[in-house]
Design a protein around this ligand. Structure first.
Ligand code: ASP
Length: 347
């Protein structure tokens, strides 16, 4: 029997989990020691935990691609030393970071688990204790290895690029509407490893290029052509995500289609993502999406907005001079972020 203790790297980036109140009562991120003070149990596990933190600890509302690169670089540099990684992160943008990391790590063979909390660890009723301990157990588990980027929150383990923050109030703050949870923590943690991504054959490759010259245009009844045109004409725009109604529908007014056509003529990639939390874009199901399909808007299937934003930035960053490749890969599932049978891509 292998008696070697598994090793996990705990990376602290900020968020409520490690926050304390300042003089005004507002919550501010604090340093890593705070976590150990509030959770001395961490010193007593049967696996080895090493920890580190980002140079700058942030409220995740300040998250940018530069921080995603910092987190990925820490993991990449220490990848061979550890069996798994836990990233403590603010809940507000955790689903974006989980999605971004999922794209950055090609051929990931170890678990990367993001978690956080709704109440700071120092508070009596904090949900952070459970979340951290379970995330560490999952990342250090010898029996089941889930080789992907995930979010653990309030008893559920979700695929990171399928997750969305759904509550600013409840402890079960995350959900994954279009893909089942990968594990459930009760008395034991029951893994559904058949739902996880397969162990890769190739070598790990970490890609760190992002292009954030994109915009999200959320449609609403009564949206004006001035607003749409202003967004479409944003200087330097490379990609536009249109958050559409239902199964990918949008106004059929000529001014609207003309505005999207103008974007496409300027080589801006246009991606159709539904505002619905569950279900998928089906271009051409209604007449209200036929024109978009005709002019070359790409359908986002059942992708989350968080995965759509990060995937677009990632692809634009990695294929700066090849929009055809960006379009091709946007329509395919790279890391299980979309439910498309038999269409996984090798990038
Ligand atoms: N504002 C916090 C953050 O995202 C909220 C949290 O951690 O729950 O950093």
């Amino acid at each position: 029997m292998n008696s070697r203790k598994n090793k996990v790297l705990l990376i602290y980036t900020g968020g409520t989990i490690g926050m304390v109140q300042d003089e005004s009562g507002a919550l501010q991120p604090f340093a890593m020691e705070r976590i150990y003070d509030a959770l001395p149990l961490l010193h007593r596990t049967n696996y080895i935990i090493d920890s580190c933190q980002l140079e700058k600890i942030i409220d995740s509302s300040n998250m940018t691609p530069e921080f995603w690169i910092d987190i990925a670089t820490i993991i990449e540099q220490r990848y061979d030393e550890y069996d798994g990684f836990v990233v403590l992160h603010g809940t507000d943008t955790m689903a974006y970071t989980a999605s971004a990391l999922s794209f950055m790590f090609k051929n990931l063979s170890k678990p990367i688990v993001l978690t956080g909390s709704q109440l700071p660890l120092g508070m009596l009723r904090s949900d952070g204790r459970e979340n951290i301990i379970c995330a560490l157990e999952i990342a250090s588990c010898k029996d089941v290895v889930m080789p992907e980027v995930m979010i653990f929150f309030e008893n559920h383990l979700y695929r990171g690029n399928r997750s969305t923050k759904v509550s600013a109030e409840n402890f079960d703050a995350f959900s994954s509407f279009n893909y089942p949870s990968l594990a459930k923590a009760g008395i034991t943690i029951s893994f559904k490893s058949h739902l996880s991504l397969p162990l890769p054959e190739g070598k790990l490759k970490v890609r760190k290029q992002f292009d954030n010259r994109i915009a999200v245009l959320k449609l609403f009844p009564g949206i004006t052509s001035e607003v749409v045109t202003a967004i479409v004409r944003t200087p330097g725009l490379q990609g536009l995500i249109v958050e559409t109604f239902g199964s990918g529908n949008a106004p059929t007014e000529p001014w609207f289609i003309d505005a999207l056509q103008e974007a496409l003529n300027r080589d801006v990639i246009v991606f159709n993502v539904t505002q619905c939390k569950a279900g998928a874009v089906r271009m051409r199901q209604y007449q209200a999406s036929c024109d978009m399909d005709r002019i070359g808007v790409i359908g986002g299937h059942d992708i989350t907005i968080e995965a759509a934003v990060t995937k677009m930035m990632y692809l634009l960053g990695n294929f700066p001079n090849d929009k055809a490749k960006v379009c091709d890969r946007l329509g395919k599932s790279l890391r299980g972020e979309m439910s498309i049978e038999g269409e996984t891509d090798d990038f």
